[in-house]
Design a protein around this ligand. Structure first.
Ligand SMILES: Cc1ncc(COP(=O)(O)O)c(C=O)c1O
Length: 441
């Protein structure tokens, strides 16, 4: 990638770009949500479409000279419908996943109607009614939970739905490593006349590729961010299915109005162009092969971790994601120590976690970036062995209940990992591996 203009006009910001590229090229990125946008989508993002204002939708803009922008938006919509069969309508203007979810709720619900979603502590998402999110100001949220085996507790979902009669039930999880049970949720939603919203931001790449069941025949509305497994630029697509239109023939129109003008104004046309480009890429056979490899890598990594005695949620994975309990050593210690070794992932609560989200008992990881770089089974085995070595290094750092003692112990821990030779040795091995699998260079 060439940034020569940036280098001339603003060397400080140019250096930031170089530093970030260097970091991404030389470290292992396992944070679920992060992916690699293709060079074509990056070029589209940097195109002069960013200059144009085009409020409203294709063929009915308020300002003039939107003929080309209209073509871009209509193409993105057409390709979205190709990528997700049974989708009757797509809105590609939402700036990102959070506003997209709010727009869907606003389109379907009146103030204070009930939405039902997975508890945040069990990997739901703030934007579905959590008290810190704007959604909680407008809608009443009821939470469902996982069962003891860390699977969705469908019996509980059904009894809660019968009790609370929600207007919307949301199927979505941010750390669930098994198939999303769309069909079962649809049965429950139909019983109580609820709308079924699938937020497939984490799995949409797998869905397009056919390596995960599609929500289209079962759900009324589908929302996906366009980053995460889609490896696209940031943004969101809100899709109304045939089923959704049967329930309410005006549903798609309501969603469009909710995105614009209720929540947003001028669409980000450069983003829409990049989404159109990325959708074309996702319709190619290589995208499917990549997603198959992502799941194979995830299974391989999960097996290796289990063989190294780690406890994995549900003892395996059907998708690209792994949630691992690190009871004895706490998620925060593993995350920080792995960071020092340049393996980036995030601490995460595990079901029935006695600790808080800031000091949880697990870590969460996924395989898309490693797979897109070309890494396969041999490399997954290496990653598992590095995790085991890091776990050995941090094993004596127990979580302390007392806040002051905990703070002091954390201070000691940071000093310890910064000067730990074994972590530095792993860091060198990680760098060596990464340089064999370049991202952009
Ligand atoms: C499942 C899911 N939906 C929505 C969002 C919000 O998306 P954004 O960060 O684009 O606002 C996230 C991001 O974490 C997510 O994981």
């Amino acid at each position: 990638m060439n940034f020569e203009n940036l280098q001339k006009t603003d060397p400080t910001c140019y250096d930031f770009v170089m530093d970030e590229m260097e970091r991404q090229e030389t470290s292992l990125e396992l944070i679920p949500s992060e992916c690699i946008a293709s060079l074509s989508t990056i070029e589209a993002l940097g195109s002069p479409f960013t200059n144009k204002y085009s409020e409203w939708y294709a063929n009915k803009r308020y300002y003039g000279w939107n003929e080309v922008v209209d073509k871009v938006e209509l193409l993105a919509i057409e390709r979205a419908k190709q990528a997700f069969p049974w989708v009757a309508h797509a809105n590609v203007q939402a700036y990102s996943g959070s506003p997209a979810n709010l727009a869907v709720y606003n389109a379907i619900c009146d103030a204070w109607e009930t939405i039902m979603w997975l508890s945040l502590s069990q990997w739901g998402h703030l934007t579905h009614g959590h008290p810190v999110s704007a959604t909680s100001k407008f809608f009443n949220a009821v939470q469902y939970w996982l069962n003891k085996e860390w699977y969705i507790d469908l019996e509980e979902v059904e009894s809660l739905a019968l009790k609370h009669k929600p207007k919307v039930i949301v199927v979505w999880f941010t750390a669930y490593s098994r198939e999303f049970p769309f069909k079962e949720f649809a049965r429950i939603a139909e019983k109580v006349w609820a709308y079924l919203l699938a937020d497939i931001s984490h799995i949409s790449g797998l869905v397009i590729s056919g390596v995960h069941t599609s929500p289209s025949p079962y759900c009324d509305v589908i929302m996906t961010t366009t980053h995460k497994t889609l490896k696209w630029p940031r943004g969101a697509i809100i899709m109304t299915t045939e089923k959704g239109l049967q329930k309410d023939p005006d549903l798609a129109k309501k969603i469009d109005k909710s995105v614009f003008p209720w929540l947003q104004w001028g669409p980000h046309n450069h983003q829409t162009l990049a989404i159109a480009v990325a959708l074309w890429e996702a319709l190619q056979p290589e995208f499917k092969e990549m997603n198959q490899a992502i799941v194979q890598n995830s299974r391989c990594l999960a097996n290796e971790l289990i063989n190294s005695w780690f406890e994995i949620a549900t003892w395996g994975t059907d998708n690209h994601l792994i949630l691992m309990s690190v009871w004895k050593w706490r998620g925060v210690f593993m995350q920080e120590a792995l960071d020092t070794a340049w393996i980036t992932l995030n601490k995460n609560t595990v079901p029935n976690d006695p600790c808080t989200p800031f000091n949880p008992s697990g870590i969460r990881m996924w395989t898309p970036i490693m797979t897109m770089r070309g890494m396969r089974e041999t490399e997954m085995k290496k990653v598992a062995s590095w995790m085991l070595r890091v776990a050995e290094i941090v094993k004596d750092f127990e979580y302390l209940e007392d806040k002051e003692m905990r703070k002091a112990r954390l201070g000691e821990f940071y000093k310890f990992i910064e000067s730990n030779n074994e972590l530095h040795a792993i860091r060198a091995e990680v760098k060596e591996l990464c340089l064999q699998f370049p991202i952009y260079k």
